[in-house]
Design a binder for this molecule. Sequence first.
Ligand SMILES: C[S@@+](CC[C@H](N)C(=O)[O-])C[C@H]1O[C@@H](n2cnc3c(N)ncnc32)[C@H](O)[C@@H]1O
Length: 229
Amino acid sequence: MRPDTTARGGGLDLLRDERLRALLDRPAIFNLSQLAISGGQRATKRWAQAWLDARDGDHILDVCCGTGEFAALFPPRVTPYSEGVGGYLGVDLNERYIDYARERYGEVAGRAFAAVDATQLRLAPDSFDRALFINSMHHFPDELNRGILREVARVLRPGGRLIVIDMVGDDRRAAQRFFLDRDRGEQLRPLAAQLALLGESFAIERHDTFDSGFTPQTIVAARVVSRES
Ligand SMILES: C[S@@+](CC[C@H](N)C(=O)[O-])C[C@H]1O[C@@H](n2cnc3c(N)ncnc32)[C@H](O)[C@@H]1O
């Protein structure tokens, strides 16, 4: 049964409507919603770029890259293709998002996108220096996050860095709460739970919080521990 979108909070409760949520699977509409809610993720992009701190020649994996909005942050002053891996590789399960990302950002040497399951990347171990996992954990149950994080830890080289940005589930400010309660993600977690999941596969380096429009975000830097340890 569809939720009654008119009874509780008037027009803004449309954000809970299943049909509207299904529309967000369309790349252009997803990006429009990001523009309205978070100013096109400007703050998230600034934080991601600063904390990832990619260097010339790095290979960067953007896991669950969606429509590829973070690809352009990393101009391919990076190494050219090797074993089919771009200097920047964005992967996502949604083929429509990947088609859109290729069309919009893919015409650049050293940048590639692939429609694959991030729990089974079929990429060589230790083949990336940096990884991004953005705006996704709160959509996934613990087991799916574990599967993705284990796979990212496998393909990142020891000492390689992962940056995770996700919504803070326990923010109590009224405006932020309003948007958190209406987000499509149904697995919002407090920071402690995010860190616990990440800590199963990575060593946490540091974390912080910031606002992206009305959405409160955590950012975590984590590194792959040596395989022997
Ligand atoms: C909210 S979007 C985040 C997109 C992007 N990181 C951003 O911030 O714009 C979450 C993405 O995870 C993708 N996804 C879900 N399960 C996946 C899986 N098993 N492997 C790869 N991508 C997956 C979805 O298709 C969706 O694009």
